[in-house]
Design a binder for this molecule. Structure first.
Ligand SMILES: *[C@@H]1O[C@H](CO)[C@@H](O)[C@H](O)[C@H]1NC(C)=O
Ligand SMILES: *[C@@H]1O[C@H](CO)[C@@H](O)[C@H](O)[C@H]1NC(C)=O
Ligand SMILES: *[C@@H]1O[C@H](CO)[C@@H](O)[C@H](O)[C@H]1NC(C)=O
Ligand SMILES: *[C@@H]1O[C@H](CO)[C@@H](O)[C@H](O)[C@H]1NC(C)=O
Ligand SMILES: *[C@@H]1O[C@H](CO)[C@@H](O)[C@H](O)[C@H]1NC(C)=O
Length: 289
């Protein structure tokens, strides 16, 4: 345990310290995927000197990155635990010199190695790698909504750029407009009233014509009365549904149905159900004739 040790081990120590992440060259998947750091929940029998081993696990972070990047490698591994520096030689409970790995000197202390090192990335994506945004949460007594996300690659010496928290003074779901075109149906959209948007309640109130007074909005099929309702979602797709039940208001000219859509705090889009029509991810809405 003299100075000659240090000379032999010096190149090895330098190797451990110098680990940097190369930048990812494009939007392609990092080779081998993007793993979290190794973590253990085991209670290590020794607190220093790397005298014992523990089971470490890690998770694949890149499953939803660039459309899905699979990770290559084991998700569990057995590695030394209790890796803080302490004097060498060190004896375990049975009086045996313990050292998982080889003795080495770091900061003038004899230790057992290899020490647990930072996991490294194959490459660091530009701007780091964020988790998906969490759900929108309303702050009590204020019309303010916020959502957060975490930098998954930050612990891996690959910092994220951008905000980890996003706030909106108002409902996170944007107001719904009325449909002016809809390619997927031969029926003609009819603009009813522009939905009433309540930013503080986070609701969008829709009004549909309930009679054929102005247009042929509903038709009788068997014993049921039907009307065609539709909406355009955030992908631009027009979703059209026939909903029964409109006939109940047939006799009264100018009758209408009024109902509210609610804000989905995960997607930040309005959703809801009216009669048999199920609305999801609503950007524009309409009734057809
Ligand atoms: C991965 O796990 C398998 C099965 O437990 C084992 O044979 C292999 O050596 C492990 N690979 C590494 C790199 O630890
Ligand atoms: C000490 O180390 C020896 C050799 O690895 C092992 O057989 C023994 O079980 C250890 N004792 C304790 C208390 O960990
Ligand atoms: C990883 O590296 C960073 C910077 O070099 C350091 O601050 C951090 O403590 C390291 N984490 C582990 C678990 O070694
Ligand atoms: C009338 O109802 C039947 C059974 O529900 C359905 O198959 C048919 O397509 C409907 N006709 C129209 C014009 O919607
Ligand atoms: C909100 O959207 C998410 C993602 O599409 C979906 O899983 C969830 O069921 C929706 N919540 C409601 C209340 O519709």
């Amino acid at each position: 345990m003299k100075l000659d040790w240090f000379l032999i081990l010096f190149p090895f120590i330098v190797l451990i310290i110098s680990s940097a992440n190369a930048a990812c060259s494009s939007d392609t998947c990092p080779t081998g995927g993007l793993w979290s750091v190794w973590e253990t929940i085991d209670d290590c029998k020794t607190k220093c000197g790397a005298c014992n081993s523990a089971t470490y696990t890690r998770t694949c972070l890149s499953t939803s990155m660039n459309g899905g990047c699979a990770c290559i490698g084991n998700t569990t591994i057995s590695m030394p635990c209790g890796t803080q520096a302490c004097n060498y030689p060190r004896y375990n409970g049975s009086g045996v010199i313990c050292c998982v790995g080889s003795p080495m000197i770091i900061n003038n202390w004899y230790q057992c190695g290899p020490l647990k090192t930072n996991s490294t990335l194959a490459c660091c994506p530009t701007g780091g790698y964020w988790s998906a945004w969490g759900i929108w949460m309303k702050q009590a007594n204020v019309v303010k909504w916020s959502r957060t996300r975490t930098c998954l690659s930050g612990e891996l010496a690959c910092p994220c750029t951008g905000e980890a928290i996003q706030s909106k003074y108002g409902c996170p779901c944007p107001a719904i407009s009325t449909i002016t075109t809809c390619d997927s149906t031969t029926k003609t959209p009819f603009n009813v009233r522009t939905p009433y948007y309540s930013s503080s309640d986070c609701t969008a109130t829709i009004v549909f014509e309930a009679t054929n007074f102005r247009k042929e909005f509903f038709f009788t099929n068997g014993t049921k009365d039907w009307s065609t309702l539709g909406w355009i979602d955030s992908t631009g797709k027009c979703n059209v549904q026939d909903a029964s039940g409109f006939g109940s208001a047939t006799s009264k000219a100018g009758s209408f149905y009024k109902f509210s859509l609610l804000c989905n705090t995960t997607t930040g889009r309005f959703y809801g159900r009216f009669l048999e029509a199920n609305f999801v991810d609503v950007v524009s809405i309409g009734q057809f004739y």
